[in-house]
Design a protein around this ligand. Structure first.
Ligand code: ADP
Ligand code: UVW
Ligand code: MG
Length: 365
């Protein structure tokens, strides 16, 4: 089965055509996805493909309904659209992808694979906000978690590289892309994660704040005279690395500016690392320890600086990396130092593989 995979992220659109043995036979990468022009590029790319048997879409929010991949029909499409206000940055792009491909390949079976599904296993204690019970129930307020396709793949791939069963491992997977989150994976299931009700929570990201004091958000509206729209816009698009450095949210540029002596960029890097290190340690508490730490996503795969800085304060956990292996790593790679009791791995994010496999399974039973 030839599966066309559409992954619409916050900073990029990644399209892959995977053949019957999961080999990549077609590829389109767009660095940004603003609207009609990119949708047209996607449509042109799809129209040029010789053979597509099925389509798999990454959909960021599955709400309480979608805890497994779903074959897309009109009802499923409507339900996905209904979750837009929970992921306003992502959900419209997922829908645009569904519609653009359906226009070119009408009637082609398509499957939605959800970022939230892997985290449906979160224990109640980890998933629940300490809000009034009635609110939690009325609006389905809970920690949903995201990047599940990546965390799920990375944890199974880590087990494979270590020659172990994933069910025997305590893993912290770090998905560090433009959006970033961690997962605590125990017995192959997600037991905790840094993102929450929306993909705004947790780590410092390219343009997102990650977690801030909710009192600060209220204060900005009650005392600084800012509207909810404006606050939302800034927390999503003008914060994180970009907001702190005063420049781009691209980690490469932040590091370059920091190395050139720019104090704002240096602080941005330091805040990013402080939060990352703290949250890695927090994930180990949900696992009662750690056997392996996994870096994936654009930053996780390609930035030895970020990995070394994050690990610098985590030696007490038993995680120590080999400097040379870290510098030279091309994923998938083991960068563990000799004698360390915790393994550290660098793994290429393969949401495309995960989606293709889910798509085949959903369509063939
Ligand atoms: N060599 C590198 N060093 C540091 N950061 C990198 C490097 N290459 C890519 N990145 C970062 O990876 C991010 C994109 O990650 P990716 O996982 O592809 O994004 P997305 O979240 O859109 O899927 C960019 O913000 C960029 O800063
Ligand atoms: C959920 C999320 O943040 O996705 P991305 O990293 O693609 O923006
Ligand atoms: Mg991504």
């Amino acid at each position: 089965m030839y599966v066309l995979v559409v992954n619409a992220g916050s900073s990029s659109l990644k399209v892959r055509l995977l053949g019957p043995s999961d080999e990549v036979v077609g590829k389109l990468d767009l660095d940004s996805w603003q609207g009609a022009h990119e949708t047209e590029e996607l449509a042109n790319f799809v129209a040029g493909l010789e053979r597509v048997d099925a389509v798999g879409h990454r959909i960021v929010h599955g709400g309480t309904e979608f805890t497994a991949p779903a074959v897309i029909d009109e009802r499923v499409r409507q339900a996905i659209a209904g979750l837009t206000e929970l992921a306003p940055l992502h959900q419209p792009r997922g829908l645009a992808g569904i519609d653009a491909v359906a226009d070119v390949l009408p009637g082609k079976p398509a499957v939605a694979c959800f970022d939230t599904a892997f985290h449906a296993s979160l224990p109640d204690a980890a998933a629940t906000y300490a809000l009034p019970k009635t609110w939690n129930e009325r609006w389905s307020l809970r920690r949903y978690g995201f990047h599940g396709l990546s965390h799920d793949y990375a944890s199974r791939r880590a087990a494979e590289l270590l020659g172990r069963q994933v069910t025997d491992l305590r893993l912290v997977t770090c998905h560090l892309g433009a959006g970033a989150s961690l997962a605590a994976v125990g017995e192959g299931r997600s037991l905790d994660t840094t993102m929450g009700f929306t993909p705004l929570a947790g780590l410092v990201m390219a343009t997102r704040t990650g977690s801030v004091d909710p009192g600060l958000v209220l204060w900005l509206q009650e005392h600084a005279g800012l509207g909810a729209d404006e606050v939302g816009e800034v927390l999503e698009h003008e914060s994180g690395l970009a907001g702190l450095s005063g420049g781009s949210g691209d980690m490469r540029e932040v590091i370059e500016a920091a190395d050139a002596g720019n104090p704002a960029a240096t602080l941005a890097f330091d805040v990013y690392i402080h939060r990352l290190r703290r949250e890695i340690a927090a994930m180990t508490a949900a696992l009662d320890g750690i056997d392996a730490l996994v870096f994936t996503g654009g930053v996780g795969e390609h930035s030895p600086r970020v990995r070394a800085a994050a690990l610098a304060g985590l030696g007490y956990l038993g995680a120590v990396i080999d400097e040379g292996r870290n510098e030279q790593a091309t994923a998938d790679a083991d960068i563990t130092a000799a004698g360390a009791t915790v393994s550290t791995l660098v793994i290429t994010a393969r949401e495309d593989l995960e989606i293709a496999q889910h798509t085949r399974k959903a369509l063939t039973g």
